[in-house]
Design a protein around this ligand. Structure first.
Ligand SMILES: Nc1ncnc2c1ncn2[C@@H]1O[C@H](COP(=O)(O)OP(=O)(O)OP(=O)(O)O)[C@@H](O)[C@H]1O
Ligand SMILES: [Mg+2]
Length: 289
């Protein structure tokens, strides 16, 4: 398949995030093995890959919650890996994070949860905080539910409340880990719509880890496929769309990497991903002393 532009859409402009040669090892094993990637303002990059390929580890490195063993992560022109705790805190004010569960505090109301970053990181007065919280809750259609506790919300509402909290400091970049996982298709599509609206309407860049292919194809400007700790391919969404729609007969001539991506995108039960799982023989393993 013809090579597609690997550089980010709108290259030439400012880069919000630039990762070079990122390596992360656990117990001597490289889970991330030389990752290069970048994201521009207002751009949505979707990160995909099989279970255990390192997506959450990559996200955790990008938000500074774990330290890589090698490489650099430049955010807003500053190297994340070289920051002190205070420097990291300063950078963190400029990015929002939406964890899988929404990660709300159960003992606080929705409004208090959303207000928390403002109380922790700014010296705004209570009246201003209340107004900002109302605006953010309105953006995720939860203004009427400000006084409810997380336990009184549905899964989709929790995600939206988490999103309002992630956005409350007006970040330039948002990180999402599986934003639509566990939601019904309609609620999942609503979250996708919110991500797109935020990204395009407010110019917030987004990095989204997801397994949901419909969601990925709805929100992505570019997509990045991770495999065995490496970037197998990063390209514009259209490149991946073309590969997903490619008929079986045409796909025979594809390179191994492209066949892997095609199988993943289509969720096919057979293909190079399943073939390579072979591993050691079960019988041999049982008989081993
Ligand atoms: N703190 C840790 N200590 C040791 N190994 C870890 C640690 N965190 C992750 N790993 C290992 O790193 C690999 C990648 O894990 P990671 O959670 O990044 O995968 P993932 O791509 O997010 O998978 P999934 O799609 O299932 O969420 C796995 O083999 C995992 O066991
Ligand atoms: Mg994960």
């Amino acid at each position: 398949m013809a090579d597609a532009a690997q550089s980010r859409a709108g290259a030439g402009g400012e880069t919000i995030l630039r990762v070079r040669g990122l390596v992360k090892r656990f117990d001597g094993r490289a889970v991330l093995d030389g990752i290069d990637m970048e994201v521009g303002p207002g751009e949505t990059l979707v990160i995909m890959g099989g279970s255990g390929c390192g997506k959450s580890t990559l996200l955790r490195c990008l938000i500074g919650s774990i330290k890589p063993d090698a490489g650099s992560i430049e955010m807003f022109g500053r190297d994340l890996c070289k920051q002190s705790e205070a420097g990291l805190d300063e950078l963190r004010k400029q990015f929002g994070i939406l964890f899988q569960s929404g990660a709300l505090y159960n003992s606080m109301t929705v409004g208090e949860n959303v207000a928390l970053p403002l109380r922790e990181h700014t010296s705004l007065d209570e009246g201003t905080i209340e107004t900002i919280v109302k605006i953010k809750l309105e953006q995720v259609a939860l203004r009427e539910h400000a006084d409810k506790f997380p336990g009184q919300l549905s899964g989709g509402m929790k995600k939206r409340a988490g999103l309002a909290r992630a956005m409350v400091l007006d970040p330039k970049i948002l990180f999402y880990d599986e934003p639509s996982a566990g939601l019904d298709p309609v609620t999942g599509a609503e979250i996708d719509r919110l991500i797109v609206d935020l990204c395009k309407g407010l110019g917030v860049a987004s990095i989204v880890v997801t397994h949901e292919m419909d969601s990925a194809f709805t929100i992505a400007d570019r997509m990045l496929m991770l495999d065995k700790g490496r970037v197998l391919r990063v390209a514009e969404r259209g490149w991946f769309e073309k590969l997903r729609g490619m008929p079986e007969v045409e796909s025979a001539g594809l390179a191994e990497g492209e066949r892997i991506i095609r199988q993943f995108l289509r969720g096919d039960a057979t293909g190079p991903l399943t073939e390579r799982r072979g591993g050691s023989s079960y019988a041999e393993d049982l008989l081993e002393p």
